[in-house]
Structure formats: C-alpha cells, structure tokens
Design a protein around this ligand. Structure first.
Ligand code: 3PG
Length: 312
C-alpha cells in the first residue's frame, strides 16, 4: 500500500477519498529534520508554502531504504523546494499551478479597492473609537492605470477584472508582448513602474535574481502610487518599502506575502498605510477544493493505481 504524508493539510473530503482508494494517509504537520525523517517511510509528500524542502531534508528523506518518489506542492510556488536537487535524487516534484488563479486575482482586486479607499486603516481606527471621516478621502480606480508585472495566469485574470471595472492595463512580462491581448499595453519594466497609478506583481521568486523591487525601483515609480504584492515577499525589499511609504512615494500598500514567513515585521504591518494579510491568496473553499482534487488525481496517476492495488 502506498503511503502519503500530507504535511500541511488538504481538504478532509479528499483525504478520505485517498483512503477509500486504498492509500495509507498520514495527515499531520511536520517540518525540518522531523519531516525528513517521516519522509523515509512514505511514497509521496504533500506540502504547502510553510514547509522548506531543502537539500538537507531531501538527503534525510532518502537515507536508508529510500521510499520517497514524489513531492506535491499543493499550490503554485515551488520556491520552498529545492526542485533541482530533488530531481537529481530521483524524486519527482509536481504542483497545481492553475487551481488558485481566480482566488489570488480576486484578492488582488479586493486589495485595489481596500487601499484606494483606506478601508484597512479606517477599520483599525474605528475599532479604536475614532470617527476619522475627513481623513480618508480616497480615489476611484475607474480610469486609473494598473501596471502589472507578470502577465501569467494570475496577471491575466487580474487584468481581465480590472479592465472590466474601467482601469487601463499596462504590463511587463519577461516573455515579451502577449499575443491576443490588444487592449493591454506591453511596456518595458521601467515604463510600467513610471506610469502605473496602481502596481501589482505576479511573478515567481527566483533566488538567483533576488529582489525585484528596491529603493532604485521605488524611485522610478509615480509619486503616490498604490502597490500590491501577492506574489512572493522576497521580491520586495521591506526595508526600502517602509522608507518609500514614509517618504510618501508610495501612498498605500496591500501585501499578502513577506520576506520572512510566518515571522511578522511589526514595523511594516503596523504602518498605517499598509494593508497586510497572512498569505491567504489561495485560501478559499473553491481553490482548496480544486487543489485537493487535483492532488488526488496526480497521486492516482503517478502510482498507476488500479483496483488490484487495494488488495495489496
Ligand atoms: C502558492 O504558491 O500557491 C500560494 O502562495 C499559496 O500558498 P499556500 O498553499 O501556502 O497558501
């Protein structure tokens, strides 16, 4: 019987489904060396963004009679897995890149309105007993320019919704101009920074490239730009972001991801012009449902599972 370790949760329905299909499922959070040890006795591992699958953990997992064949990242980002090393050691790494697209894009649109209308800070100050009606003169998003860095699945979904509410879309993508999107204007990275009223990033993090946005890039942006990061925290230098906020270069920021998670940078999250959320982009019933179903299919496919194996 194949054994699957679900180390950071999955829909319970689909865990039950796996069990009914004849898999032995361990549904418990493990991390670090303990995770490596646990992996010595499983065929597949399912993780989210919290676990770090380093070279050391892979080595630990493959000590002795190595059993681990498959690591599934329940979600999109593979930046927490040493994919190159896992592959080299014969462990296949898979993810579910499409399942959470709509959820992350909807969060982004929600944040556009949140920061344009100071919803976050108005919430906080009302709870403190203040009626600051005059302080929160926001801006409409209609007619404004939304700059998108990365017109992949999520970037495209954001663009579609933002243009439906009357925003102009400009974008930069490492792959160049996208065919089939004549209403979105392809620009250089620097042009997007310089012309966006609202700016959102939707690219993966590449440790070899490091930060995408530091003081240099903040300086190129429009005075008073609204900025959103739902991609990866390490793309943006938080120290330079706080300076840009304090200088008024950035009017407000919405962010779902951080340089160090789950450690909380209190200076940043307590800044009145920051609307922080704890990496909840993919945390919807629908996204998690799609992800869990996809994982079951992947496991079934990978192990060429058939009815006979139930009997083993
Ligand atoms: C992803 O890469 O899929 C998102 O960042 C969500 O990560 P999560 O599965 O930890 O919520």
């Amino acid at each position: 019987m194949y054994r699957i370790l679900v180390a950071d949760g999955m829909n319970l329905d689909q865990i039950e489904n796996l069990k009914e299909l004849g898999f032995d499922v361990i549904d418990k959070f493990y991390d670090g060396e303990e995770l490596g040890l646990m992996c010595q006795d499983v065929d597949a591992l399912v993780i989210r963004s919290k676990n770090r699958i380093t070279k050391e953990i892979i080595d630990k997992a493959l000590e002795g009679n190595a059993r681990l064949k498959l690591i599934i990242r329940s979600g999109v980002g593979l930046d927490n897995i040493d994919v190159k090393y896992a592959t080299k050691r014969g462990v296949k790494v898979m993810n579910t890149p499409c399942a959470s697209t709509r959820s992350v894009a909807e969060l982004t649109i929600g944040q556009l309105f949140t920061i344009a209308r100071y919803v976050n800070i108005a919430n906080v100050t009302m709870r403190q007993g203040q009626w600051n009606k005059k302080n929160y003169i926001g801006t409409e998003v209609f007619g404004k320019t939304l700059g998108i860095i990365g017109l992949g699945r999520i970037g495209k979904e954001v663009a579609k919704m933002a243009s439906a509410i009357g925003m102009k879309i400009i974008y930069y993508d490492i792959l160049g101009e996208m065919k089939g999107y004549p209403r979105y204007k392809f620009c250089s990275f620097e042009e997007v920074l310089a012309n966006a009223d609202f700016l959102t990033i939707h690219i993966p993090y590449d440790p070899e490239k490091g930060y995408l946005i530091t003081k240099k890039e903040f300086d190129m942006m429009k005075q008073g730009v609204y900025f959103i990061n739902n991609a990866r925290g390490a793309l943006v230098c938080e120290h330079d972001l706080i300076d840009a906020l304090d200088e008024g270069k950035i009017e407000a920021v919405a962010m779902d991801v951080y340089e160090e998670e789950p450690k909380i940078n209190l200076e940043l999250v307590n800044h009145p012009m920051v609307s922080p959320t704890p990496h909840i982009g993919a945390s919807t019933v629908e996204a998690q449902d799609r992800i869990s179903k996809e994982i079951v299919e992947m496991i079934v496919d990978y192990f060429h599972y058939d009815q006979q194996q139930i009997a083993l």
